[in-house]
Design a protein around this ligand. Sequence first.
Ligand SMILES: [Zn+2]
Ligand SMILES: [Zn+2]
Length: 341
Amino acid sequence: MQGPWEDRDGVLRYRTRSGVELYRLPTRLFPELDGYVYLILTDSHRVLVDAGSGLPESWEDLQRGLEIVRARYGRPVDLPDLTAILITHGHIDHFGGLTFVRQRSPAPVFVHELDRRVLVNYPERLITVARELRHFLSQAGASPERQAALLDLYLSMKTMFQSTSVEGLLAEGELLFGIFRVHHTPGHCPGQVCLQIDEVLLTSDHILAHTTPHQAPERITRYTGLGHYLESLRRVAAIPDIALAFGGHEDPILNLYERIAAIETFHHQRLERVLEICQEPRTIMEISRTLFGRQYGYGVLLALLEAGAHVEYLYDRGYLQVANLDQLEKEPEAPIRYRRL
Ligand SMILES: [Zn+2]
Ligand SMILES: [Zn+2]
């Protein structure tokens, strides 16, 4: 993709209005997921934004990216020289690499306070979310066998990360180091932040160029959910004069405001579609199947959560009602059937 940046060996460099240098380093995060770590350089700061996934391949890619910054761009920077590490949100593909990076770098780690717990107490986070997830899956209509299989898959990530300390917080509205304006944009993740550097916005997973970022119901994790997400889109749409946005995955975004409008339209169409499906009483499992077709492995969980987020949004606002109240009164754990009001 062409744009107002340089590309040397796959590492993009962009210089912002005030002369801040931004480097985008590509990494393979998981076998089927690519993304980026960003390096921000000024005269006095060398800041890493996100750290990769923590899989060996991601770590090798990060080191290769830094090597390209040194060899092809002539900037003598390495992990021990970093002045700070900022984590854009508490998802493993963005912070898992801290396990490696912190062995080489004494730099303080910053994250939004709503995602701090994930980094400092990772096993607790997984186990408590798994409890909420079990309840959600049961009410969504997943069979006990399917619930067990999906929870096993979810908890298998437990060994991927060793909890770490957090030295600083990314607070809404602050101008960190005189470089990064912090915008708190909860929805995709409770502590999701977008970081503004002059006319550039690092949108992380809040806004991506091609896919609409994954949603999950707020009943599983507070400050997520489609309601928060759409509000956070409006918040970013109100930031003036963003000329270029870089996401945690996918291409740079040359017209952020158009991209936000497209994502909003997408969700409103999906909400309409859920209402259509619920002309007849439906469980979240059935809605997910109609929306996304047959899914496999982790895809089943992602589809159920995405469907659940849209159902929750409509139910909370009184567009859906529970169709099997009598049954729920007798069997509180029975799957809920939703009908359009
Ligand atoms: Zn994410
Ligand atoms: Zn991500």
